[in-house]
Ligand binder design. Structure first.
Ligand SMILES: *Cc1c(COP(=O)(O)O)cnc(C)c1O
Length: 484
């Protein structure tokens, strides 16, 4: 299986090159040349597989065995998912107050969010390649709160990697910040950035600029483990297969999946899983007030609007970059079209799609924009009714599910809960009347991080680009110059 830029520039590369590069050289996102197809009998054979075994089968379709042997792939999956707290990796909760509605709990990884699912495997994979090639790589990551902790956790202590984690200071929770700043490893460098005018998206602008600095990029071997990296999206296709196979009884069973969405990395994976043959009926885009995806799926308009600060801060994202990746597969892999749209969007911040394109990409998607009030009320009701506590992102998904109940009639519904409530104690306090946080809103790892000193850089957004160049370069001179 070969990979190319969805924008059409640069060369066709193999899996390893696509993973190590992050972005394609033309600034596009890497996509597989074609999607593997899975038929019903294959699906039925996979029905009883464990998460790891299923992952092995699906990843084998994307990765040539001459790049990673099947033993190595199994080893990487063990290394990645044996750190999860739940032995099933991803458990399900059947709601009592809603019929045929299940919560897919994606937060049993070490940093308590769904980012652990893609990041654990991607970082271990990158490190595996680097070791084999005797290379060092600087991974730079922008985070709205959960990507940074996941990247930091898995990069920590890996000799062939340095992790630079940029986050908008004061726009992530203290728990999330401490997950990065209390790690005592010399290869972890959290950078809290003041005065980001538009939140986390601003950090991507600077990262893009660093990428375009060719000599710097080459010297430090700069790459990314954000969801622009194909490895994250590929890995995230697995939980759609797993969820469908766990919850459906047979392949004619109608299942809808609701996903709290920001950068569209998670849903892009769901859309691709369906294009591969997984019979999900509707994929439901649950946006908060930052409703770029809702505008796309409801009106056919891709536009950048000012940021709103919400209770579901991990999805306060203005530009869902993985939309381009999905769109590529909806327009007959027409890289010219993708390039034109991406260039136009970069210049004008707005695209109104033609009817055919809109129909092609929105097929099988429903979308909603959920207010903070709806999110909090949904969380509160669910907790009062059945003592089940969702985090605010799961809350956005559940609020969307509730609103769509009538449209979806009696269909089975899977709601993705993407973070552990312990990451958002400030929000949980708003819905719990008595002041003590319930046990479900705490976690030993979060408590432990409260009792450690924090170590991080801080920087003002105005000087972020130069500051990163200088700081990263100095670090590299000090620690890696002599590593061959
Ligand atoms: C990142 C994140 C999301 C959104 O995922 P995307 O792939 O960006 O759409 C949802 N919930 C939580 C808790 C997250 O950290």
């Amino acid at each position: 299986m070969l990979y190319r830029s969805a924008k059409g520039g640069g060369k066709v590369v193999n899996f390893e090159q696509a993973i190590l590069a992050g972005y394609a050289p033309d600034g596009g996102l890497y996509v597989p040349e074609s999607l593997p197809e899975i038929n019903v009998s294959q699906l039925n054979q996979w029905r009883d597989l464990s998460y790891k075994k299923l992952a092995f089968n699906i990843l084998s379709l994307f990765i040539d065995l001459n790049i990673i042997s099947s033993d190595d792939l199994k080893g990487l999956l063990d290394e990645s998912y044996d750190t999860f707290e739940h032995e099933e990796v991803i458990p399900f909760y059947a709601l009592k107050s809603y019929k045929k509605t299940y919560v897919m709990e994606l937060f049993y990884g070490p940093t308590l969010s769904f980012k652990d699912i893609g990041m654990s495997f991607l970082v271990n994979l990158v490190n595996f390649f680097l070791k084999r090639n005797k290379q060092h790589l600087s991974a730079i990551v922008a985070t709205t709160g959960d990507t940074g902790p996941a990247a930091a956790h898995f990069i920590a202590g890996k000799s062939n990697l340095d992790g630079w984690l940029l986050y908008p200071k004061d726009l992530i929770t203290e728990s999330q910040e401490r997950q990065m700043t209390t790690l005592q490893y010399p290869n972890i460098h959290p950078v809290g950035v003041y005065n980001c005018p538009e939140g986390g998206d601003d950090l991507d602008v600077v990262i893009n600029k660093l990428y375009r600095n060719k000599s710097f990029k080459k010297k430090l071997k700069l790459s990314s483990v954000n969801s622009l990296n194909w490895g994250r999206v590929m890995m995230q296709t697995v939980h759609y297969f797993y969820g469908y196979l766990k919850i459906s009884k047979h392949t004619n069973h109608t299942v809808n999946i609701v996903v709290p969405s920001g950068a569209f990395g998670n849903l892009c994976a769901g859309g691709l899983a369906r294009k591969m043959g997984l019979p999900i009926k509707n994929l439901i885009v649950a946006n908060n007030k930052n409703a770029c995806l809702h505008r796309l799926f409801n009106q056919g308009i891709f536009s950048k609007e000012p940021i709103h600060k919400t209770v579901s801060s991990a999805i306060d994202i203005l530009i869902p970059i993985n939309f381009w990746r999905y769109l590529y597969f909806c327009v007959d892999k027409n890289t010219k079209k993708i390039k034109n749209w991406m260039d136009t969007f970069e210049k004008t911040g707005k695209i109104v799609f033609d009817t055919n394109t809109y129909k092609a990409y929105s097929k099988g998607f429903l979308s909603l924009s959920i207010s903070d009030e709806e999110t909090l009320t949904t969380m509160k009701n669910l907790y009062e009714k059945e003592k089940y506590l969702l985090d605010p992102h799961g809350g956005v998904a559940m609020a969307a599910a509730k609103k769509l109940k009538e449209t979806l009639r009696d269909d089975t519904l899977i709601c993705l809960a993407t973070a552990h409530p312990a990451k958002f104690p400030e929000i949980i306090e708003q819905i719990i009347k008595n002041k003590t946080l319930p046990k479900e809103a705490t976690h030993p790892s979060i408590e432990d991080a409260k009792k450690r000193c924090q170590k991080s850089y801080t920087c003002d957004y105005t000087h972020l680009y130069e500051s990163l160049i200088n700081t990263m370069e100095t670090n590299w001179e000090l620690h890696h110059k002599n590593i061959k």
